[in-house]
Design a protein. Structure first.
Length: 156
């Protein structure tokens, strides 16, 4: 049986602080669950993108991103490689997240891949459709920022 609740005056000194910290832990754990859930969603989207690149690279890339050159068989090789990278890095990150293992190293690898994509598009911008390098920087840069945010917020 629980002891009766004490008034503030009857509580030992420091009790109010403990009560607030316990409430903070509950709020923190729900925030952590939300962060982990959002991170899982982000990783799942990246896996789906990688699968799309593996299965139908020209359909994914032959739009404004790479233009008609993406339909060439030689272009499918690096596009499928990029898809495999997306599936591997983000699949392993999701597995680590679900196991409760460290996710930050995988998110760092994801950020490195995004930055490499930005650099590659910038170097090839003269051979890409108009605005493609900027769009790549926006999309890959946004992905890198989301991954960095998740890494900063995860407690591992």
């Amino acid at each position: 049986m629980r002891p009766p609740r004490r008034s503030a005056a009857e509580r030992p000194s420091g009790w109010a602080g403990r009560s607030r910290s316990l409430r903070g832990v509950a709020e923190s754990s729900s925030a952590i669950r939300a962060i982990r859930g959002l991170t899982a969603a982000l990783l799942s989207l990246r896996i789906a993108y990688g699968v799309a690149l593996l299965v139908a690279p020209a359909k994914v890339a032959a739009n404004r991103w790479l233009g008609p050159g993406a339909r060439q068989p030689a272009a499918e090789v690096p596009l499928r490689g990029m898809g495999a990278r997306e599936v591997a890095v983000h699949g392993l990150a999701l597995a680590a997240l679900l196991r409760g293992s460290a996710v930050r190293p995988w998110l760092a690898a994801s950020i490195a891949g995004d930055l490499a994509d930005i650099g590659a598009a910038a170097l090839a911008r003269d051979g890409l459709p108009e605005g493609s390098a900027a769009a790549t920087a926006a999309v890959a840069g946004g992905s890198a920022l989301l991954s960095a945010g998740a890494a900063a917020l995860l407690d591992e």
